[in-house]
Design a protein around this ligand. Structure first.
Ligand code: SAM
Length: 337
């Protein structure tokens, strides 16, 4: 059984990168009225509490979304005291978040700083819309971010795959509160495999988000297999893969293999990375070796919107600045094809 639970990692720097990019891609794709199909192959639980035990134990949001917020908002507006036990945390939405459109109207925006990059501001506004004014307890996962953009569009369809039985159950319960009917399906299946059944989609417009936990080494080759199969079935789809940048050969090879695939199939691609700290082992005061945790991650997009490169270049430049732990901050947005 998988032990990875995204609740420990929700709102970390990797989520800042991934969710800013996801939002920017979908903003562009939803400009056209034609029906859109979105597939989230590794969906997670959907909603997370930043004040619950999982997030408080790992403290990862403190170095990600909350750090970003603190850098641009006055500290008095950031209230994040624990209020709910962990077992309630993942299913309980803020009453504001249960009704996303109403929540969006009521939510207080962080104080604007001069010239905050539009994609980063959009990301912060989107997370704020899931919370009551001035509160930052709820963090939306990819299913809710996608729904946030599709909710006014009746013809769009969202398919969410989640294999962990507990997270699949929590996700289904969270999605049920949206009363979205047939437009959203939660499928407790292997997302790598199940995607095949749905490509190409009838409307010939789709976004696939592939965001595995990479808990098992076979996730790396499975991403490449899934992408190779998918672009053959449906070459005009937009595909977004998140990957960790860690000192492991499979992780190093993954973006290289995706570039080779895109170039071979003559498809445009974009690779964006965000580094917030050094990958070197450190030592604590007692001389014990301290692992740095995740220092960096990337998103690889095939058939990216033409607006994505400029949007992410501006956003990630600022995100690297705000999220840096020491002098190892960096970002890169590379494209080809
Ligand atoms: N995409 C989510 C977000 O941005 O909010 C986070 C997803 S988390 C990184 C990865 C999830 O994939 C975990 O919840 C894990 O249980 C699930 N998972 C792992 N292997 C899977 C598979 N083969 N098919 C579907 N889900 C899988």
């Amino acid at each position: 059984m998988f032990s990875y639970r995204h609740a420990f990692h929700a709102g970390n720097h990797a989520d800042v990168l991934k969710h800013t990019a996801l939002l920017a891609v979908l903003r562009h794709m939803t400009q056209k009225d034609t029906a859109l199909n979105v597939f989230d192959t590794h969906a997670g639980a959907g909603l997370y509490r930043l004040d619950g035990d999982y997030a408080q134990t790992s403290g990862e949001a403190a170095d990600g979304y909350l750090k970003l917020l603190a850098a641009i908002a006055p500290p008095a507006s950031i209230e994040n005291k624990p209020v709910a036990p962990a077992n309630q945390a993942q299913t309980a939405m803020d009453s504001a978040a249960a009704k996303t459109p109403a929540a969006a109207k009521g939510a207080k925006k962080p104080s604007p700083v001069a010239a905050l990059a539009p994609a980063l501001q959009d990301y912060l506004d989107m997370v704020a819309s899931f919370n009551k004014a001035g509160s930052h307890k709820v963090y939306p996962g990819s299913p809710f971010i996608i729904h946030h953009l599709l909710q006014e569009r009746d013809r769009d369809r969202l398919k969410l795959f989640e294999i962990h039985p507990t997270d699949a159950k929590t996700l289904a319960a969270n999605i049920a509160q949206l009363n979205a009917g047939r437009s959203i399906a939660v499928l407790p299946e292997d997302g790598f495999e199940a995607l095949k059944k749905f490509l190409p989609p009838p409307s010939r417009r789709a976004l696939v988000l592939c965001d595995p936990s990479y808990e098992i080494k076979s996730d790396y080759p499975r991403v490449v297999e899934m992408m190779t199969d998918s672009v053959k079935r449906f070459p005009t789809g937009t595909y977004m893969v998140w990957y960790p940048i860690i000192p492991r050969p499979q992780a190093h090879d993954l973006p290289r293999k995706l570039k080779t695939l895109a170039n071979r199939e003559k498809l445009p691609w974009l690779n964006a990375t965000l580094t917030v700290k050094s990958s070197k082992l450190g030592h604590d005061d007692a001389g014990e070796v301290v692992r740095p945790g995740l220092p960096a991650s990337g998103v690889f997009v095939i058939n990216p919107p033409h607006t994505l490169k400029a949007a992410l270049t501006a956003a990630l430049g600022q995100a690297a600045q705000f999220l840096a732990q020491g002098k190892h901050k960096a970002f890169e947005v590379e494209s080809g094809g």
